[in-house]
Design a protein around this ligand. Structure first.
Ligand code: ZN
Length: 501
């Protein structure tokens, strides 16, 4: 059967490469490409996506998978060959449902939408991007029709990001979390806001840039296999296990923007750089789900990067870099500023406590759009209403309202948001498990050492790529299903101590 496995890998390798080339074109579009390149770029990405889809849906691949079926049954679930066959079959069977012309047309449209959004957002102009979004929503509902067995129109979209999850499963977890989170946010915000003026001074961009790069290398981000660039919306992208790049944005009057953006993206990148090299060129060589991916970015950004032990190590060198701004600011004041809880309009700038409320708003609005209960035309107003109800604030304009996230403007509407909060929940589950095995992790953070934590994550999560689903990983690592307990314990401990509640 080894010749069949070799044949399978030969078939899969160009699919992997076509995806990487698309990612490269998209990375370029978001970093260096002049606006004049937009329409050609849209055509090029659509062309590559079409090719990739053709190759993935090739009946020859289906036959190969059939031939391998008996062999697969003889293998343990976690063997590399069994995982390769299983995950390839899943991708193939999902892809054959969706006709190639539809994919090409949709991706061509998404690239144009993204360009329109890039111009509409700074101009605070929802009306210009509205017809694009309406068409994207239409594509999303048509996509769902290719999976008629689904219980909910959002399920096929959610499965693309968080395989194994459904609209009803997510709604159930979110309802539990919402019920515990809202009173906690209330108690904490009733204590009055922390003073974060120390973060809002003038911090020269290049020093911020260098410090961020220094920190993420210390965490383990390997610059021989990565790089850091600027883009309007930070992201991580993968061209191969040997080339995993991040982008960040820097703001002179916000010390957190570049630094936590970099740590967040480095968390994603550590995951991708940690995939076992032997999986390269196969569908296994990738983080397993949006939720698990986000569990890593949030674990490094929040559980590590916004913790006391982390700053006991990094605050003195930061003070040295900015003596005028931070020389007289105590670690305690700085730490409180970093963990300020505030009802604010922007998701990516939200603190750990209110962040999930932002995500749940988007998830609910998505479901309503997909169900046809909410028209795109009414979306900005629905957005304002939900912010008023859930966060007690109204965004000043659409730029900081419905236009703030790129997700609805560069792909299907649906599936992309639940992963953020699932990731937060999972980050605490995984970190708790790591601490149980290695209580020394906390002491190491105070020394600026992260190797024990990183190698534990590598061993338990990163190296496997997509071999295991999110549910598999959670079960293997924690011995139980997804649950919010450890996450709520983490939040209550941390913010209870900070706010004396
Ligand atoms: Zn992320």
């Amino acid at each position: 059967m080894q010749d069949k496995i070799a044949e399978l890998r030969r078939h899969l390798s160009p699919i992997y490469d076509l995806k990487a080339i698309s990612y490269l074109l998209e990375w370029d579009q978001s970093t260096y490409m002049p606006p004049g390149g937009a329409s050609a770029r849209a055509r090029q990405v659509a062309f590559l996506e079409g090719l990739r889809h053709e190759r993935l849906t090739d009946p020859a691949l289906g036959r190969l998978l059939e031939d391998l079926h008996a062999y697969e049954e003889t293998l343990p679930y976690d063997s590399e060959d069994a995982s390769l066959i299983r995950v390839t079959r899943r991708d193939h069977e999902r892809a054959v449902r969706v006709p190639a012309p539809f994919v090409a047309e949709a991706y061509g449209h998404f690239a144009q939408t993204y360009q329109a959004w890039m111009e509409a957002r700074p101009a605070n102009d929802f009306e210009t991007v509205r017809p694009y979004l309406e068409k994207s929503l239409d594509f999303s509902r048509r996509y769902a029709e290719f999976f008629p067995e689904s219980e909910h129109v959002a399920d096929p979209l959610i499965a693309e990001y968080d395989y194994g999850m459904t609209a009803s499963a997510v709604s159930k977890v979110f309802a539990e979390l919402h019920a515990e989170l809202v009173p906690l946010v209330k108690v904490v915000t009733n204590q009055g806001e922390a003073d974060d003026s120390c973060l809002r001074q003038r911090f020269p961009e290049s020093t911020q840039w260098d410090f961020a790069l220094e920190v993420i290398q210390r965490l383990g981000y390997d610059l021989r296999r990565g790089r850091q660039d600027k883009s309007p919306h930070p992201f991580t992208t993968v061209f191969s296990i040997g080339d995993v790049r991040i982008t960040i944005r820097v703001r002179e009057r916000d010390l957190g923007e570049a630094l936590f953006g970099a740590i967040h993206e480095a968390g994603h990148a550590l995951y991708e750089q940690g995939v076992e090299e032997g999986l390269e060129g196969t569908p296994l060589a990738e983080g397993t789900s949006a939720g698990v991916h986000e569990s890593q970015s949030r674990l490094w950004e929040n559980i590590v990067g916004r913790s006391q032990p982390f700053w006991r190590f990094f605050y003195p060198p930061l003070q040295k870099l900015f003596p005028e701004q931070l020389g007289k600011v105590s670690l305690d004041t700085f730490f409180r500023a970093l963990n300020k809880v505030q009802r604010s309009p922007i998701r990516t700038e939200a603190d750990e406590l209110t962040y999930n409320l932002h995500v749940m708003i988007r998830f609910d609005l998505e479901l309503q759009l997909l169900e046809g209960k909410l028209a795109v035309r009414d979306l900005p107003e629905a957005w304002r209403e939900r912010y008023r109800a859930d966060l007690g604030i109204v965004p000043p304009d659409d730029r900081d309202g419905v236009l703030q996230d790129l997700h609805w403007y560069w792909g299907f509407v649906g599936g992309a948001f639940q992963g953020y909060t699932l990731g937060n929940i999972q980050s605490a589950l995984f970190f708790e498990a790591a601490l149980r095995e290695h209580p020394e992790i906390v002491g190491e953070m105070e020394e600026g050492e992260f190797a024990t934590l990183l190698s534990w994550l590598q061993e338990k999560i990163y190296r496997h790529g997509r071999k295991f689903t999110a549910d598999d990983l959670i079960e293997r690592i924690t011995g139980g299903p997804l649950r919010i307990g450890p996450y709520m314990d983490y939040l209550r401990d941390k913010y209870g101590a900070l706010y004396g509640v």
